[in-house]
Design a protein around this ligand. Structure first.
Ligand SMILES: [Zn+2]
Ligand SMILES: [Zn+2]
Length: 431
């Protein structure tokens, strides 16, 4: 019998559960409590996080043993990796106090732990590779800490501050401002001598280190972990890592991830989409080669099935080659590959044997039937359809190739896409 059972209860399993039981229970719970599915529950992010942390401990035999023997407090005692799940946990459950630790929450509306000094929000730009592979970032920061010499009193030795003579201890002074109408108005301004405190120390009674300011600037080195599968706008909270001020708890430093667009991959949730260009010969006769380099540098080789003709914009799905799922390190989404077909160029045509090509290719199309009574001749003037497509056509999304602009919406939206191929032939028939 473990010393405490809180984590087991969170996942809804008995303390005798097997690793498989725990994995299954977590999967089910994580799905149910995922913040994306519970947007109206302000505590969803927190619940999700607690379950993830519970899973992290219970799914690891060593951590689980330590937890069974010592409980959470026992295993979080000091030492080591700040990302340790037990640390994260005690922080999530901490009732104030505690030492600075890491935590995560989801989006601006969820689980925002406002502290005395508020939070300092720092945007941090990441590439899709960073989000795929995970990344640890060390950065130098400057923050205000309570002066160690005077312990935040600002005084030297036991000196006590005296009421400020400039403001007579009020902390503010009256000042006259001349309004545009020519009238003088009285206003209050913070006393510049005591900075509004109403009391101050004589020059020689001030702490040498902070000059009576109670705080000093300190350069610190912060390390943040961009975890595999994190998303754009996800927040990484370094609780208590912000500026300090005597008498109030230190603020949080919050990094908000900003995902840079990738030149070959697009992401939608846990899935990825990419375009692969094949030649006309490959489209007709097949291929067996490395078609792309993945976000971790791996080459992905594919062999098309014999006898398969690949059409323009045809797509395939590579199961388990999408983004890693955050906090489920062994699982990934899917990768969708859309084939683009590169036609041979005019240089090739110049040297090619045209009658031979014509003889092997399917025949040219015949005139339309029935033949219209009136036929006008049109010039072949090239145009840039991209520009035209950028304008809005009330008729709908004829020019929308259906991927670039729709990908990134809802997963369900584009999965059915294959059914909606543009119908009709490239003929122009008057209505
Ligand atoms: Zn003053
Ligand atoms: Zn000091």
């Amino acid at each position: 019998m473990p010393v405490e059972t809180e984590l087991y209860e969170l996942l809804g399993v008995s303390f005798e559960a097997t690793e498989d039981d725990i994995k299954r229970a977590y999967k089910r719970k994580a799905k149910e409590h995922h913040p994306d599915k519970n947007i109206n529950d302000p505590e969803a992010g927190q619940k999700f996080q607690e379950m993830a942390a519970a899973y992290e401990i219970l799914s690891d035999p060593h951590k689980r043993e330590a937890y069974d023997l010592h409980g959470l407090d026992g295993m979080a005692g000091g030492r080591g990796d700040p990302m340790d799940a037990a640390d994260l946990f005690t922080h999530l459950f901490a009732s104030g106090g505690g030492h600075p630790m890491f935590g995560f929450d989801f989006g601006p509306d969820m689980g925002g732990r406002r502290r005395g000094k508020g939070e300092e929000v720092i945007p941090y730009e990441v590439t899709l590779e960073d989000l795929y592979n995970g990344k640890s970032v060390k950065m130098n920061m400057e923050k205000e800490i309570i002066c160690g010499v005077c312990k935040g009193s600002g005084a030297r030795g036991n000196a006590k501050p005296k009421p400020c003579s400039t403001c007579s201890g009020k902390g503010w002074t009256n000042s006259k401002t001349r309004l545009p109408t020519g009238v003088y108005a009285n206003s209050r301004a913070q006393c510049t001598d005591c900075h509004g405190h109403g009391e101050k120390l004589k020059e020689k009674e001030r702490c040498k280190k902070c000059k009576g300011e109670k705080i000093v600037k300190e350069k610190t080195r912060q390390e943040i972990f961009v975890e595999k599968g994190m998303s754009d706008r996800q927040r990484i909270v370094l609780a208590g890592a912000g500026d300090q001020e005597p008498g109030i708890p230190a603020g949080d430093v919050v990094f908000v991830l900003k995902a840079k667009p990738h030149e070959s991959f697009e992401r939608s949730g846990n899935d990825l989409l990419t375009n692969v260009t094949i030649t006309l010969s490959e489209a007709l006769l097949g291929f067996s080669r490395i078609i792309l380099t993945h976000l971790d540098g791996r080459g992905i080789k594919m062999t098309s099935p014999p006898g398969k003709v690949i059409k323009f914009h045809e797509s395939v799905v590579l199961r388990g080659e999408g983004m890693p799922i955050h906090r489920r390190p062994d699982e990934k989404g899917d990768l969708y590959v859309v084939f683009q077909i590169e036609m041979p160029d005019e240089q090739w045509l110049k040297t090619a044997n045209k009658p031979a090509i014509e003889a092997i290719l399917p025949a040219k199309r015949l005139e339309v039937d029935p033949l219209p009574e009136i036929v006008d001749e049109a010039d072949f003037e090239e145009s840039d359809i991209v520009d035209v497509g950028a304008r809005s056509f009330p008729a709908g999304n004829f020019f929308d190739q259906g991927f670039a602009s729709q990908f990134g919406e809802d997963e369900e939206d584009w999965e059915d896409e294959e059914d909606e191929e543009m119908d009709g032939e490239p003929e122009c028939r008057p209505q």
